[in-house]
Design a protein around this ligand. Structure first.
Ligand SMILES: [Zn+2]
Length: 98
């Protein structure tokens, strides 16, 4: 018997905010395995000693993210690209905040 215990990419919202300094769940990435473009919030996340991020269409490993007391390590698997849309940025400093 196989138990499929994945979460969706929204489970990584806090971790991605720590890494990128912003909400990433609405951003998009492209699977190098099948070419599917998915919102980060819709990827499949398997939790264990780290977070294994898989393509929601073909299941190939896109990223592995491991947090430890000393930092965060990201292994890039089959992610072709990750797009960050500036128009959705609301918490970027403008330099006019003095
Ligand atoms: Zn894929």
């Amino acid at each position: 018997m196989t138990i499929d215990t994945h979460l969706d990419g929204n489970a990584l919202g806090g971790l991605f905010h720590e890494i990128f300094g912003r909400d990433m769940t609405g951003q998009h990435g492209c699977c190098d395995g099948c070419g599917t473009v998915s919102a980060i919030g819709s990827v499949l996340v398997y939790r264990g000693a780290g977070d294994v991020v898989r393509c929601p269409k073909c299941g190939i490993e896109l990223l592995v993210i491991v947090s430890s007391p000393t930092g965060i390590r990201i292994s890039f698997g089959s992610i072709r690209w990750l797009s960050i849309d500036h128009s959705e940025v609301s918490d970027v400093p403008t330099g006019d905040d003095d």
